[in-house]
Design a protein around this ligand. Sequence first.
Ligand code: DLL
Length: 433
Amino acid sequence: MERYFQPEIECAPREEMIKLQNERLVRQVQNVWDNVPYYRKKMEAKGVTPADIKTIDDLRKLPFLSKADLREAYPYGLMGRPVKDCVRIQSTSGTTGKRVVAFYTQHDIDLWEECCARAIVAAGGTNEDVCQVSYGYGLFTGGPGLNGGSHKAGCLTIPTSSGNTDRQIMFIMDLQATILCCTPSYAAYLGERMKELGYGPDDIPLKAGIFGAEAWSEEMRHDIEKTLGIKAYDIYGLTELSGPGVSFECSAQQGMHVNEDHFIAEIIDPVTEEPLPDGEQGELVFTSLDKEAFPLLRYRTRDICTLTREKCPCGRTHVRMGKPKGRTDDMLIIRGVNVFPSQIETVLINHGYAANYQIVVDRVNNTDTLDVQVEMTPEMFTDNVGEIQARQRALVEGLRSMLGLKATVTLVAPKTIARSEGKAVRVIDKRKI
Ligand code: DLL
């Protein structure tokens, strides 16, 4: 039976949810106008005032915010409350430029943790469960968010943070953990290590995993579910909007429900910036309806995905987003063709490989090259050259039909590609070095 953390909100009739969103949007726009001069200037430049925003249909009148705005306003320029009202910051790793620093009042933290609790309860979490949080703790939002959610859901929480894989496994086995929260790539690594230590899916006490923070394919989900003997749930979020729990998967595993009482989701065409209808793929844009300290309106995430408002068998009424394919800035353009790492992952797993791979892009004689380096599994490992070549040819063909592009494939020995404890680094683009 489906369980909910806050059924009256998660399953609210659509009219009620829209009414709530209308009220909250009007209040939030006024709040931002009054308290965030940076955004007020943007509104003035577009000729919009709070009086123009009466319902969510007026959302499209508002200007966008982008990562560039966050950089320009860094660190305090987008705050909606004075520092004295804030109790926490979280931050991104800053791999693609300046760090994002997001601020929270206690109210913001409570709402964020409730969103994470919704995800944990949707994955079957109760006060009978032992929930191991193996996302990094500290500036990264994964650990603190799921930790708070696990408390709110009443689970016994094991705050292992990431890393020290054998100790993770010891806790899972000794304390009989039933729910695991970490990145999908780390879940795959934990599964691989547990297999090596002789634990099969029936020995592992876990029943569910809550995996997110990076793009991962359906194929990878099936692999992890099989190795660990669990049901693997996707969870999405970003530091700018709080962290994990902006949306989460239910038992139907057909998209992630956006917590619409707190966030309005839109899909836009990244080039024309026009909103797109449900079902069409584009860039995800979020408006936070009730965050106090860092109230972003129409924030362009750069994540590419789709939305659907079709009825979900789980009973939740909130809009669902598809699996993000990746960020616009993760998309590789190779000889003019758009390539997402997740497409390559699908081909590899369909050919029986695990998700231990690296994509190396370079430019030789003015032509882009794409080399996919993938580990053979211990079962495939051989020194028979003919066999290896046949495997390579099969992958080159698989990649060509998925991407419409010729790639080279390098098969490497098991355990030669570094494992990640957080977000995996899949792409080395030498054209940018
Ligand atoms: O990754 C928050 C998070 C922590 C989400 C734990 C889920 C679980 P950032 O470090 O700010 O925050 O990175 C946000 O990660 O814009 C997406 O590109 C990507 N991302 C997050 N969740 C997913 C997911 C956290 N489920 C960026 N699928 C986002 C695909 C995801 N990509």
